[in-house]
Design a protein around this ligand. Structure first.
Ligand code: AMP
Ligand code: GLY
Length: 427
């Protein structure tokens, strides 16, 4: 099978490398890809949202499957467009991708079907939202843009002034455009966070191994939110008992709810969970693989990914047993100076081999380009250094040892990825 992966980040590099392991895969393309992905797949300069361009390329090159990794093309209906033009796609329809592209939709879905989540109200008027927040008088409070906001649409306000500022930037300044036409004002929850990616064909749901993201830019969970600064898998807080409870109260009810709404979800459904004192609750759904969760989950996959993708499309997921390596994985993100704010590009990266890799780990390229025979930085998140190990500590030691051999001007990374997980795992 010849496969085209849409996207250009570390998640897409992890998908490409996993697909490359499959004996079923022939040619592998990535659009637009990046410098490091170019060592593992043929990168083609087509934007992920260019429906006509992707279709043309897929037809001309007889691509057997298009793997749509990011949320933007999914929310715009790339899967529907390709399928209706005779090209097979992995990824949910636009009607199903709304589970990520509208927080109002997902919150109302959870309320209607009794799926545990934070209490909330929806507003399209900033003054009414502020009046509600004032009357509640409880802080922190979460204020979230309804629509897509590159993972930055959730603002945790610690007091009335911060809440007013959140409403101002989202609803009046519209820093995320129409995504801020409506907001969700949400109760603040506490507890460890867990990500569970899952394969679903609209009926059956197969959770993958759990993971833990580290969203804040600084050590000790300080500073602004980012797309994710590192991950570990498994997540020690996600015990078998918690997993069973999530399956019964969250995973199956969500997949059934989407089907009942006439929006069957086929693809990878991302459950962002918080293990609160009252039990697991949904913080957010995403309609796709997580980044950088994928970089620690897929390396542990032992079943041919192509078989899974085909079963999801065919609706035969219940007939497949998916196997995982009984190992730990850790990923440390190396980011540009200034990220998640503005950052320079084009800094030469030292320490990578000609294949973009280093000894002792796998380097997933997130934002790199190739220039004059060198890899240079080309994004906020630049590299994700991932290692496996028999224990979490071993995986972390290997990932950090490899990360230290890579340098570029202004490189920043968290030194405490996995610390909370280690404390929990090692007591
Ligand atoms: P989201 O974009 O909805 O995933 O939110 C980003 C991050 O903000 C989450 O990963 C949580 O760490 C935090 N967060 C979001 N909603 C809440 C909430 N209701 N209570 C506490 N923390 C939250
Ligand atoms: N790591 C969070 C996300 O993929 O949305």
């Amino acid at each position: 099978m010849d496969i085209l992966v849409l996207g250009s980040g570390g998640r897409e590099h992890a998908i490409v490398r996993k697909l490359k392991e499959s004996p079923k895969v022939g040619r592998l393309y990535c659009a637009p890809g990046n410098g490091g992905i170019g060592k593992d797949a043929v990168c083609v300069p087509i934007a992920v949202t260019d429906q006509e361009g992707v279709l043309r390329f897929a037809k001309e090159n007889r691509v057997d499957l298009v793997f749509i990794a990011p949320e933007d093309p999914l929310a715009q209906g790339m899967a529907d467009f390709l399928e209706s033009n005779g090209v097979a796609a992995f990824g949910p329809s636009r009607d199903a991708a709304i589970i990520e592209s509208s927080k109002v939709f997902s919150k109302n879905l959870m309320k209607k079907y009794g799926i545990p989540t934070a209490d909330y109200e929806v507003f399209d008027d900033p003054e009414q939202a502020m009046a509600y927040i004032r009357s509640r008088g409880e802080y922190p409070v979460a204020v979230k843009a309804d629509g897509l906001a590159v993972g930055k649409g959730a603002i945790l306000a610690n007091n009335e002034a911060e809440a007013a500022e959140a409403l101002r930037v989202l609803m009046e300044e519209k820093i995320f455009g129409a995504s801020g036409d409506r907001v969700v004002v949400e109760e603040f929850l506490t507890g460890p966070e867990v990500t569970v990616l899952s394969f679903t064909d609209g009926e059956a749901v197969c959770p993958m191994v759990s993971s833990m993201d580290h969203k804040r830019v600084g050590d000790g969970d300080t500073g602004p939110n980012t797309g994710g600064m590192g991950t570990v898998s498994p997540n020690p807080f996600y015990t078998e008992a918690v997993a069973a409870e999530c399956m019964e109260k969250i995973f199956l009810p969500t997949v059934r709810a989407m089907k009942a709404e006439g929006r069957p979800f086929k693809g990878c459904l991302y459950f962002g969970l918080m293990l609160t004192p009252q039990g697991p609750k949904v913080i957010e759904y995403n309609c796709r693989f997580g980044d950088p969760e994928t970089q620690v989950v897929l390396p542990r996959l032992d079943t041919d990914l192509v078989d899974i993708l085909l079963a999801v499309r065919a609706g035969t997921l219940d007939q497949l047993t998916i196997h995982w390596k009984d190992e730990h994985a850790a990923c440390v993100i190396l980011a540009s100076a200034g990220y998640p704010g503005s950052y320079p590009k084009g800094k030469v990266i030292c320490g990578l081999g000609a294949d973009g890799q280093v000894a002792g780990a796998t380097v997933y390229h997130a934002g790199t380009a190739e220039k004059d025979g060198n890899f240079v930085t080309n994004g906020g998140r630049v590299l994700g250094v991932t290692a496996l190990g028999g224990t979490l500590r071993e995986a972390l030691d290997r990932a950090y040892a490899a990360a230290e051999t890579i340098t570029f001007e202004g490189v920043q990374y968290r030194r405490d990825i996995g610390k909370r997980a280690l404390e929990s795992a090692e007591g």
